[in-house]
Design a protein around this ligand. Structure first.
Ligand code: SAH
Length: 194
C-alpha cells in the first residue's frame, strides 16, 4: 500500500487521540494532588513514551529522516492496523471518561480520589494501558519502518512494565483492602485472560 495513505491515516488517528485527551487533561490540572510519585524515573519513562509514540512517528511522517529504515509489510497487516483504529479510540475515550477526575498522566493521588471499578474498569484494571498497547500495535501495522513502526512499542513497553507494579502498589497503599479486593476480581489488560 502507498506509504502516504498509511501516513495520513496514522496521523488522523494520532490527532484523534490528542483531541480525546485534551478536555480530560484540562480538568485534571485543577486537581489538588495529595500523593505525588512523579520521580525522575517516572519523568524519564514518560519521555520515552512521548519519544516513541509522538516525536519519532511524527518526524517519520513529516520528514525523510528515517527513510533508510523503510521496509515492506503485507497488506493484511495494514488492514489489521486499520481495523484497530476505532476500537482503540473507543477504549482510549471510555477509560478517560470512566476515570474522570481520577485520571492523571503520571502516578498521583488527588484530593477526593476514589477507586473506579465500574464501566470498562469492571473488566480490567488498566483499560487505558490496553488502549495504548493497541495504539502501539496499530502504529507498527501502519508505519512500515523499523524505527517509527516499533518506537511506540518500545517506549510505551518500557513505561508500562516499570510503572504498572508501582501504580498498583500506590493504589494499594492508599486504598488497602478495597484495592486488593478489586485486584482479586480483575485482570490487568485483557478480561479473564491477562
Ligand atoms: N492504569 C489505569 C489508569 C492510568 S492513569 C489504566 O490503564 O486505565 C494513572 C492514574 O490513574 C494513577 O496515577 C492512579 O492515580 C489512577 N488510577 C489507576 N487505576 C485507578 C482506579 N481503578 N481507580 C481510580 N484511579 C485509578
Amino acid at each position: 500500500m502507498e506509504a502516504w495513505i498509511l501516513k495520513v491515516v496514522f496521523m488522523l488517528f494520532w490527532v484523534g487521540t490528542w483531541i480525546i485527551r485534551y478536555p480530560f487533561n484540562r480538568e485534571q490540572k485543577k486537581n489538588t494532588i495529595t500523593t505525588d510519585q512523579k520521580t525522575t524515573q517516572e519523568k524519564i519513562l514518560l519521555s520515552a513514551a512521548f519519544l516513541g509514540m509522538a516525536l519519532i512517528p511524527v518526524v517519520y511522517v513529516l520528514t525523510p529522516l528515517f527513510s533508510f529504515a523503510n521496509y515492506q509489510l503485507p497488506i493484511g497487516i495494514h488492514i489489521l492496523g486499520f481495523s484497530l483504529i476505532l476500537p482503540t479510540l473507543w477504549l482510549f475515550y471510555r477509560s478517560h471518561k470512566d476515570l474522570g477526575k481520577n485520571w492523571s498522566p503520571s502516578l498521583e493521588i488527588r484530593q477526593g480520589h476514589h477507586i473506579v471499578d465500574g464501566g470498562v474498569y469492571k473488566y480490567i484494571r488498566h483499560p487505558m494501558y490496553s488502549a495504548i498497547w493497541l495504539w502501539v500495535i496499530l502504529q507498527a501495522c501502519l508505519l512500515p519502518n523499523w524505527v517509527a513502526g516499533f518506537s511506540g512499542m518500545f517506549g510505551f513497553g518500557l513505561l508500562y512494565f516499570i510503572r504498572v507494579g508501582q501504580e498498583e502498589a500506590m493504589m494499594k497503599k492508599q486504598f488497602g483492602e478495597q484495592y486488593a479486593a478489586y485486584q482479586q476480581k480483575t485482570k490487568r489488560l485483557i478480561p479473564f485472560i491477562l
